[in-house]
Design a protein around this ligand. Sequence first.
Ligand SMILES: NC(=O)c1ccc[n+]([C@@H]2O[C@H](COP(=O)([O-])OP(=O)(O)OC[C@H]3O[C@@H](n4cnc5c(N)ncnc54)[C@H](OP(=O)(O)O)[C@@H]3O)[C@@H](O)[C@H]2O)c1
Length: 377
Amino acid sequence: MTSHNGNGAPGGNKKIILVTGATGNQGGAAAARLLAAGWRVRALTRDPASRAARALAAAGAEVTAGDLDDPGSLQAAADGAYGVFSVQQGALSSPPVRVEDEVRRGRNVVDAAAVAGAEHLVYVSVADADRATGAAAFESKREIEQYIRRSGMPATILRPVSFMDNYADPAFGIQTGALVTPLAPDVPEQMIALGDIGEFVALAFANPARYLGTAVAIAGDELTPPQTAQALSQANGQHIRRVQIPVEAVRQHHSDLADAVSYLNGHGGYGADIAAARALHRGLRTFGAWLAEPGRARLAALLGSSRVASRLSARSRHERRRHHRDHRRQLGDRAGGGTPLPGRRRTRGDRGTVAGTPGSRRRRRTWPPSPAHRRRR
Ligand SMILES: NC(=O)c1ccc[n+]([C@@H]2O[C@H](COP(=O)([O-])OP(=O)(O)OC[C@H]3O[C@@H](n4cnc5c(N)ncnc54)[C@H](OP(=O)(O)O)[C@@H]3O)[C@@H](O)[C@H]2O)c1
């Protein structure tokens, strides 16, 4: 296969790429970029009627029903495909996926690609999956990587770091005005924009001579949590304070997450070579670039909706007060001539703010997010 340029356009070559997880974060980014580059995208989903699946169809993808737990459906989906893009949910997804389930699904995709005679598998793993971390979220991907190598399937492994887009996910809670994190304040969090993961997927498929047989850690920037909070504050013109939570507090409700964070805190974060990644993809976004586009609009929508909600809450408080004032006046009138009633005691309703906004009495959500794909469905 040839490419017109080093940036993923296969020209008139309409080969099929089967994209798993196409209704999700990485698969969605991959599908969008592959479609833009001129590939035929076959998008796998368990539910072709979902909103995300219909959006894919509208964008030009051929949506096909299939399940990573059903090898027959995967083989049918991979039939005739030149390439296969593989992603699975894992231990940090919501709900969490057991390591054995993630690994089995990852293997099923490799097997289906092999049976179909696909020429190129692109698997998105995670940075540092090439070393023993002791964290289930990384070890599962290490196992899948090893299976790919043993299978002899021609493949590229991409190892992304944290998604910049996580910060625009309501489940991350930025709309509360706080960046709540168990990451140590001096540990840089390496990040990549989902759009750039899609770009790397397209680059790999378009340039097999360069990418086949390689494993590439991909990151566009790294910021410590205080730097991230500052960047988010500056971009949105609203102070986002950093709230440090102990890893042990995370462990109480999510031991796999605590293990992953302990690993990152203990190793100074992921070890991706950002300069090397940028040499492969010149347009790789920094966090600042992501904040400018598409982050700012998405964060503004997130923060804006909570501001709007606060305003609505304030308005309803005002209306309640006016109602009580009027009511008191009426009572006073009935009592015979405007006798002032005793001042009403403040109620919870007066004090309360919209759930999730600063000052909310609801328990603040902690790390990590639930998957964005639920939001899109
Ligand atoms: N968040 C981060 O910062 C980060 C960083 C690095 C790596 N990762 C890794 O990224 C992975 C998750 O990727 P993502 O965020 O792109 O996923 P996601 O947005 O949660 O989407 C998951 C996709 O998987 C599909 N899916 C789930 N179970 C399936 C099944 N049994 N059969 C067929 N399709 C199935 C869903 O499709 P349907 O529902 O339409 O069937 C959906 O499109 C995790 O393994 C995580 O460890 C995350």
